[in-house]
Design a protein around this ligand. Sequence first.
Ligand code: CTP
Length: 389
Amino acid sequence: MNIVVGITGGIAAYKAPELVRLLVKAGHEVRCAATEHALQFVTRVTLETVSQHPLYSDLFATGGTEHISVREWADMVVVAPATANCIGKLASGIADDALSTLLVAMPPERILLAPAMNSGMWLNPAVQRNVQTLQGWGVCTVGPAEGELACGTSGPGRMAEPVEIVNAISNGHLPLAAQRWLVTAGPTYEKIDSVRFIGNYSSGKMGFALAQALADAGAEVELVTGPTALSISTNKHINVHRVESAREMHAAATALFPQCRGAILSAAVADYRPAEQADHKLKKQGDEGMTLRLVQNPDILATLGGMKTDSQTLVGFALETDHELENAEKKLAKKNLDYIVLNSLRDEGAGFGVDTNKVTILSRDGSHCESPLMSKKEVARLIVETVAP
Ligand code: CTP
């Protein structure tokens, strides 16, 4: 992984070079970012030597946009030590130096804080509230531990040891790091002529939320989407492939799947397309009406089920109106899936266009997990935690 080690001004900054050394030894690419106060405790030369990269400490050194290029480069930022001041600034969105500007630009799930301060400061209600706020946004923390503090007292506030911080990065934090996942989203449009198509009401919201939840867990995501008004905020971990028809989606998904650890197919793919697709605008046919002959589209999910290896996980969706569980179980077996996410059209607030969803996740081993009505973002997180633990 590409990791930025952020260092703020506390005595525990003297342990930062050891943390950088351990991360480099574990095979990570590391760059350091330090505040002015941190450089009172640890030198620029030490940090540049252990990381083998120039230190990022001056917001304007290369024209004032380096925080964005560093953010683009970084898979995560670990702040060790994180002072009460640094925690407070991040919880308030304050960006007034190189490191805090980078932290505010970073997705919260990609930040790990190792707080270090005097016990009284750590137990201060404002600091505790700020830590809880940040955790609520997805920021991870490691420590602080109880023990002897630099001020001569003892209590909670000691920075976690560098080896524990490295362990926190490799266990648990970003559990899907280095995994590639495929997601299909949105509707497909099946061309009738140069100005008309057959489509459906899918908004793509569920698939985009799934791509985001996978990226938040550390995965590289290939998002193949049919036509939708949605866009994904710039995220170097999500590659968007825009397609129009079921056949284009089939071609993109089958080409990408072999490089993926798993796939979640949430697209509402048109089952049929017009047998003939005119490249000009069709004229009215008069009172006799007109007949469109439809032919079946390839089933992307079933194709991937046939390609799937033992190390891949395949997840499909099912939108059922009756005998929901029974039909979903049949679909799971028929298409060789590991999980199927069942949407029932009977549930109010679930389905096309709306921001909420209520699902039952059925697994190949027969277990079921039913969600309450939640936002599509929360449903996406639940699905990712269930299918890629
Ligand atoms: N799907 C797909 N390619 C298709 C049709 C469906 O990849 N041509 C995927 C959807 O993305 C979804 C799942 O299959 O994950 C369920 O689709 P659904 O339309 O409910 O099931 P079908 O297999 O088409 O069965 P039926 O219409 O008979 O219920």
